[in-house]
Write a protein that binds this ligand. Sequence first.
Ligand SMILES: C[S@@+](CC[C@H](N)C(=O)[O-])C[C@H]1O[C@@H](n2cnc3c(N)ncnc32)[C@H](O)[C@@H]1O
Length: 171
Amino acid sequence: MTSDSGVFSADHLDAGTKLLLLEAPPLSDTDLTILDVGCGWGPIACVSASRAPASEVWAVDVNDRARALTAKNAEALGLSDRVHVCSPDDVPPDLRFDRILSNPPIRIGKSALHDLLCRWLDLLAPTGVAHLVVQRHLGSDSLAKWLVQRGHRVDRITSRTGYRVLEVGPR
Ligand SMILES: C[S@@+](CC[C@H](N)C(=O)[O-])C[C@H]1O[C@@H](n2cnc3c(N)ncnc32)[C@H](O)[C@@H]1O
């Protein structure tokens, strides 16, 4: 996979992303529609598509360069027929997701982050689940509390090297 300047963690696989990819429960045959919110250069989307060969993966980002890199990486890996890269508003509105995997953009601020999570978590299928990696010092615990208050089941499945991986169910 290749990366470039102007995107998140341009020169290496982010430690939080790595933890998410190692610690989130394996994708199963029923994870057919997968969403990566904030795809960056595409590590989560591309690894998910290669791990779940029957899946369709939606990779969304507001950053044009990030989307271009994810598309390029999916192409290089032979995954471009199943990795759909688009801006958030271009995701078909009737899609529901079996799995959301995300290293979300915490630094956009609490209110914008909450709006973003509400938008995508409400598109989880009834049996779907989201796995989010969040740095502890950037508010993973208060985020988990807010999600519970919003009516989600939240389990902390991993806590390591300053990161938490949260498992979030639909409301
Ligand atoms: C923490 S980075 C993770 C990038 C990539 N998934 C990775 O693991 O390397 C968060 C990403 O979210 C994107 N982002 C910021 N605001 C967004 C929004 N409202 N909707 C979708 N993506 C957004 C950023 O451009 C950035 O690429």
